[in-house]
Design a protein around this ligand. Structure first.
Ligand code: DLL
Length: 431
């Protein structure tokens, strides 16, 4: 089932024609409305009428999060404030947040794009959707909310946290579709189990998970524990929020709304554009936004793109699971390490749960990695020798995958803090 079949199933030629027409309009819009872009485009001698083909986009300089921060709060808006009807912001860990603004048309576009990803995942007007993202400046909750309403699902705007009540309402309201981060969904599953509820007691059928990475192993765990089809979606506040891309039920990558965004993959070190299929940093240009358009925004997310045929019939390019961010890629003793690699080793091993944390420290000149892994309640191994054996097993698996010696520490059940939003997997104490 499609939300907008005509757009989602265009031929490649139609997609490219649409992209070029919209790109031209966007370049003109930012050139004449945002001094930052005028300066940037002038600096490479790229007047708007010089963009005659999609490949000309490669001449346009990148935009970074730093650029947005420097123009805090509204300096990159391309519409007058009276036309801006909503702002959202992403909370950086340090400094000021990045602020994004939407016109009425942008809000409408956004709802349509989210409606697409909900229907791709199998959602319909018969669903009861529990939005367990935090409502607020974060784009997750409001983004999903309006898209779900557009389709006609019954929305339960419960927000994140208050997990026991979350489970109680899930049962009483007959929730069929859960919207959350994958890590929070796992926590919800744990609490449901503690409350004595099995998946058969709940009515869930679809998970729409996003806002953070997760592995295939995590998907399987969520599907088994909650009795759902777990789909993933991706987005970032700077680009629009959720709705940039999402999986259909074939789960072979996330379809990008290419009629609104032009994706590119670049080598993060050289900035060179890479061909389809190659892994690198995702760069996105928005081509229909009015309030806050961005040209060649460096997402820092590492993935690859494909336009191979998808069985669902959609023709839009698909992006692979995000492997990590160029800035949460840890470099430990010269080795590149992503939390997702650790997760795929841990999930599926006996006696341990899916909760872990990586602690990176500096010892003299050397970096050290300690991985804390939680034991499963009730399966607590009593014999010290068995604990040691398990630690050794994890240590060897991590070493063979990462090529790195990590100290493994098994910790008590429930001792690692649960998150109700994006999970904090890495504690970097080196700075
Ligand atoms: O997380 C938008 C969103 C909300 C997407 C709800 C999907 C669902 P930000 O808070 O600005 O926006 O964070 C954006 O989160 O650059 C990625 O690093 C990460 N991210 C988002 N979705 C995924 C995903 C929202 N499916 C940043 N896999 C992005 C991996 C993801 N990382």
């Amino acid at each position: 089932m499609y939300w907008s079949e005509k757009q989602e199933c265009m031929s490649r030629q139609e997609i490219e024609q649409t992209q070029l027409a919209c790109l031209n309009k966007t370049i003109e819009r930012v050139y004449y409305n945002v001094p930052f872009y005028k300066e940037r485009l002038d600096s490479v001698n790229l007047h708007p009428e010089k963009i005659n083909s999609l490949s000309d986009l490669q001449e346009v300089p990148f935009t970074t999060k730093e650029d947005i921060r420097k123009h805090y709060p509204y300096g990159l808006f391309a519409a007058p404030m009276k036309k801006i009807v909503r702002v959202h912001a992403s909370s950086g860990t340090t400094g000021k947040p990045t602020v994004v603004g939407y016109t009425k048309n942008d809000i409408n576009t956004w709802a349509n794009l989210v409606a697409r990803i909900v229907m791709m995942a199998g959602g319909t007007e018969d669903d009861v959707a529990q939005v367990a993202f935090g409502y607020g400046l974060f784009t997750g909750a409001f983004g999903l909310h309006y898209g779900l309403e557009k389709i006609g699902t019954t929305v339960v705007p419960i927000s994140s946290g208050n997990t026991e009540k979350q489970v109680m309402l899930m049962k009483d309201f007959g929730t069929t579709l859960l919207v959350s981060t994958p890590s929070y969904a796992l926590y919800i599953a744990e609490v449901a189990q503690e409350m004595g509820l099995s998946k058969e007691d709940l009515n869930l059928r679809i998970g729409l998970f996003g806002a953070e990475g997760s592995t295939e192993e995590m998907r399987i765990e969520l599907e088994e524990r909650l009795g759902i089809i777990a789909t993933e979606n991706y987005g970032l506040s700077e680009i629009i929020g959720p709705g940039v891309s999402g999986e259909c039920t074939f789960k072979t990558g996330m379809h990008i709304a290419e009629d609104h965004f032009i994706p590119e993959i670049i080598d993060p070190d050289t900035g060179k554009v890479l061909p389809w299929g190659e892994k690198g940093e995702l760069v996105i240009t928005t081509i229909t936004k009015e309030g806050f358009p961005l040209l060649r925004y460096r997402t820092k997310d590492i993935t690859s793109l494909t336009i191979d045929r998808c069985e669902c019939g959609r023709t839009m390019a698909r992006m692979a699971k995000v492997q990590g961010r160029t800035d949460d890629m840890l470099i430990i003793k010269g080795v590149n390490v992503f939390p997702s690699q650790i997760e795929s080793v841990l999930i599926g091993m006996e006696h341990i749960g899916p909760h872990y944390q990586m602690i990176v420290k500096k010892k003299g000149y050397f970096d050290t990695l300690e991985v804390h892994v939680e034991l499963i309640a009730g399966k607590m191994l009593e014999k010290f020798s068995e604990l040691e054996k398990l630690e050794g097993e994890i240590y060897h698996k991590l070493r063979s995958i990462l090529g790195l010696d990590a100290k493994v520490k098994l910790v008590e059940p429930k001792s690692i803090e649960r998150s109700t939003g994006k999970a904090k997997r890495v504690i970097d104490l080196r700075k």
